[in-house]
Design a protein around this ligand. Sequence first.
Ligand code: DX5
Ligand code: ZN
Length: 222
Amino acid sequence: MAIKISPSILASDFSVLGSEALSVQEAGADMLHIDVMDGHFVPNITLGAPIVKCLRKRVSLPFDVHLMISEPLKYIPDFASAGADLITFHLESDSDPGECISLIKSLGMTPGVALKPGTPGEEVFPYLEKLGMVLVMTVEPGFGGQKFMDSQLSKIRLIKKECEKRGIAPDIQVDGGITDETLPLCAEAGANVFVAGSYIFKAADRKTAVCSLKSFPCQLCP
Ligand code: DX5
Ligand code: ZN
């Protein structure tokens, strides 16, 4: 499957968020990863639907919204109205996963389910057929700039194998500590969508960073 890159705006300069988002659109990103944190499900607070709505007016990339919040079911309609294309909620949250998936689909978006590092891969199996994406967290959710957990590679393999067994191919996304060194490990295990915050936003040249992750030669790169 083709590799897709989803830069996480968590690592961007929030004082100029619109320009930051546009910079990765111009750098060749495939989607924009928007980390929503509520200070309850994870020990950090970021942004909500009103900011996503403002970004939607300026940025044409598909919005990949990662909800790290309690009660995701309650907030899914707000993010739909704000312009989300894909909504990923955590299986460990307190909303019913089946209800969240149905609601996301009924609002015309793609549903994704995220698993924290401690959650066994088998827990997503009952929902696999209904999902457009499975997100395997390769750090504890809450903060950017953490070290990649290679203990999660076996979970990616397990989910990929189960999908192949069933003849389905949801995207498998990884998030946390993704670099040009860790991406190939995840790709080999079966992931095809890669979230990268620090690696892209802190790079000297964002286009070069995106290209190095996609591993294709880009004539525009220095
Ligand atoms: C962490 C977030 C990630 C984070 C990744 O909870 O879900 O999307 O921004 O940042 P890096 O790529 O710096 O690990
Ligand atoms: Zn994320």
